[in-house]
Design a protein around this ligand. Structure first.
Ligand SMILES: Cc1cc2nc3c(=O)[nH]c(=O)nc-3n(C[C@H](O)[C@H](O)[C@H](O)COP(=O)(O)O)c2cc1C
Length: 378
């Protein structure tokens, strides 16, 4: 979730620890390797649907909830469901973002199946859809048709794709790179826009920073995030999802009693104050912004937004660009209404902004935790 450099702030307070002790502590408190096992197992399955699914579950998705439940059917089909307990009712009351994460999953499934020569025929919400919030009906039915697909060059980037939440380098994104990135998102009817310099970038930096602060200081949405924080490698290994806070400094902060779910939710605490400072730095470091819009006429538009976004994210990997979705201002809870209106006024062009993300250059980050394939099969 956050860089070691940023985390350094969190301890603060003048605590002094002997250098030798620090070395041992650091060595013993790295990120959970077990929680990254699915990244190593991707592609290592004999049956083609499982092989494709092992890539699909690496998709970007809100708060890394991984709400995907899959029933394999016959020998050439599957149905995707949403695990309704893995939604984000406060910050995503209409399940729009959760469905975007399902779209990203389906697109990676399709790209991976094509690698084996199968075309994935995807029918979204085959039994109808509930616009207000998801119900137990399927999110998609997928049939695989042999010998009808050509490999997709973006397949090569699935294992290296990341949401890069680091501080970005003070280095501009050249227009042609940005155009190439946005071009990858102009699929499935999505419009993609971006800005690499000028007042609009400045306004978006300001707006995303404000939206982040508003979310952190509004108790219910903040608590929703705090409840999903996994503090330290053992918590991450036990629940390889949500918001991972790993590394020696989090482990030390936990041990010292300054980092726990109570302090992280308490605006008066040092941990909270440092969290706010960290996000301000991230917002300030944004070099460019991109956005994806469509009519949001129904659930299929949200699936399409996820398919488009993951293609753009894969393209970013190819181009050596860092991207980081920054969704607070797009969220549909009452306290966010003013910033929601503002961001739509700035970049919506009369459409729904489905994804807003900062773009830049940053040092590479490790993959995020994942549940294994077996836990998604019903
Ligand atoms: C619809 C959607 C919204 C997201 N919004 C945010 C966000 O507001 N802030 C953030 O840090 N990451 C956001 N993300 C990124 C997820 O946190 C990330 O995909 C997830 O933690 C898994 O990490 P990975 O993409 O590096 O595999 C979003 C992703 C999606 C698909």
């Amino acid at each position: 979730m956050t860089s070691r450099r940023n985390v350094l702030f969190l301890i603060g307070g003048g605590t002094v620890v002997a250098a030798s002790a620090v070395g041992g502590f650091i060595a013993m408190n790295g990120p959970s390797t077990a929680a990254r096992e699915p990244w190593r197992r991707a592609g290592q399955y004999d049956e083609f649907r499982r092989r494709a699914l092992s890539y699909a579950l690496l998709a970007p998705n809100p708060h890394n909830r991984q709400p995907w439940k899959v029933r394999l059917e016959g020998d050439d089909a599957l149905t995707l469901y949403c695990d309704l307990a893995r939604r984000l009712p406060v910050t995503d009351p209409y399940d729009r973002q959760i469905v975007i994460g399902c779209g990203a999953f389906l697109e990676l499934l399709s790209i991976a199946a094509a690698e084996d020569g199968y075309r994935a025929e995807i029918v979204p919400f085959p039994e109808g859809e509930a616009p207000a919030s998801l119900d137990s009906r399927p999110v998609a039915r997928v049939r695989f048709i042999p010998d009808e697909a050509r490999p997709d060059p973006l397949f090569a980037h699935i294992l290296a794709r990341r949401s890069n939440k680091e501080t970005y380098e003070p280095r501009d994104v050249p227009e042609p790179e940005m155009e190439s990135l946005l071009g990858a998102g102009r699929v499935f009817g999505l419009a993609a826009g971006g800005a690499v310099s000028g007042p609009l970038v400045e306004q978006l930096r300001d707006l995303t920073g404000k939206a982040q602060y508003l979310e952190m200081t509004t108790p219910k949405p903040m608590q929703e995030s705090v409840d999903l924080m996994r503090i330290g490698a053992s918590e991450v290994a036990a629940n390889p999802d949500g918001i991972e806070l790993e590394g020696p400094l989090f482990a030390f902060g936990k041990l010292a009693g300054v980092i726990n779910r109570r302090t992280l939710a308490d605006p008066a605490s040092e941990a909270f104050r440092q969290g706010v400072a960290m996000y301000e730095e991230l917002a300030r470091s944004a070099r460019a912004f991109g956005w994806l819009t469509n009519a949001n006429a129904g659930r299929s538009d949200q699936i399409d937004a996820g398919r488009s976004y993951v293609r753009l994210n894969l393209k970013a990997t190819e181009l050596g660009l860092a991207v980081h979705p920054w969704s607070q201002s797009l969220q549909e809870y009452p306290e966010m209404a003013d910033l929601y209106r503002e961001v739509h006024g700035l970049v919506g062009g009369g459409q729904r902004v489905q994804m807003l993300f900062r773009v830049g250059y940053a040092r590479p980050v490790a993959p995020t935790p994942r549940w294994g394939l077996e836990s998604h099969l019903v």
